[in-house]
Design a binder for this molecule. Sequence first.
Ligand SMILES: CC(C)(COP(=O)(O)OP(=O)(O)OC[C@H]1O[C@@H](n2cnc3c(N)ncnc32)[C@H](O)[C@@H]1OP(=O)(O)O)[C@@H](O)C(=O)NCCC(=O)NCCS
Length: 197
Amino acid sequence: MKDISRLRLLIKKIISENFETLEKEEVKIEDVNSDEIENILNSCDSAMKLPHFDKVCSDPQASQRLRAVADWSKSIKLTKDGEIIGFYIFSNENPYDFMESVKPLGIKFNIENQELFEELKSKSGVEGVAVGINKEERGRGYGRRLLEYPRILGNDYIWGIQSKGLSDIKMWSKRRDVLATAEAPGGQMFWITVEKF
Ligand SMILES: CC(C)(COP(=O)(O)OP(=O)(O)OC[C@H]1O[C@@H](n2cnc3c(N)ncnc32)[C@H](O)[C@@H]1OP(=O)(O)O)[C@@H](O)C(=O)NCCC(=O)NCCS
């Protein structure tokens, strides 16, 4: 009898240890190595797929701004057991310079929150240029980890440009305030959103 109990305990131990290793998939936030940039831009393409345009991040022309402003030393990748499953690309541009830079393109932003607009002028911001996770890994809390990561960068706020069709402004409004909106000459809607830390 004693032996059977011991055997049961041993089996239980083996099963629970194996379950633990199954559940212990290692999901980490890590720095981006320079030889991983194109890989990240390809992951960004699949995360941001649009109905008629599927190379929003890797196409050299479409991603011109992204490539120009991205700070790869600040940007991060999300890995699971060593495989890249997500990313968050950051830039050091501020919303004021961005809004000025698009004026020649006929994009004029309306300030929706004047108080916030004035307040942030003296603060340091980081831009969240693009964030995404492989489809099959969504809804497991990994996205939340990425979205909360910028808090540790040492800036006062994070801002981003959302565009209709590509971004879900309702989702962003859960954690950010709308600073400004614009309608481009072709009718495309943009929002600039901000999360203060
Ligand atoms: C945005 C994204 C990274 C979130 O990852 P996820 O695994 O779905 O998210 P989780 O389940 O871990 O966490 C949910 C949180 O993400 C937020 N979220 C989910 N989808 C979102 C979206 N499309 N835009 C903004 N926030 C989003 C939710 O509001 C929720 O926030 P809460 O923690 O305040 O409740 C993921 O849905 C994705 O890759 N989407 C496609 C790419 C994209 O739309 N990127 C943003 C446009 S730049």
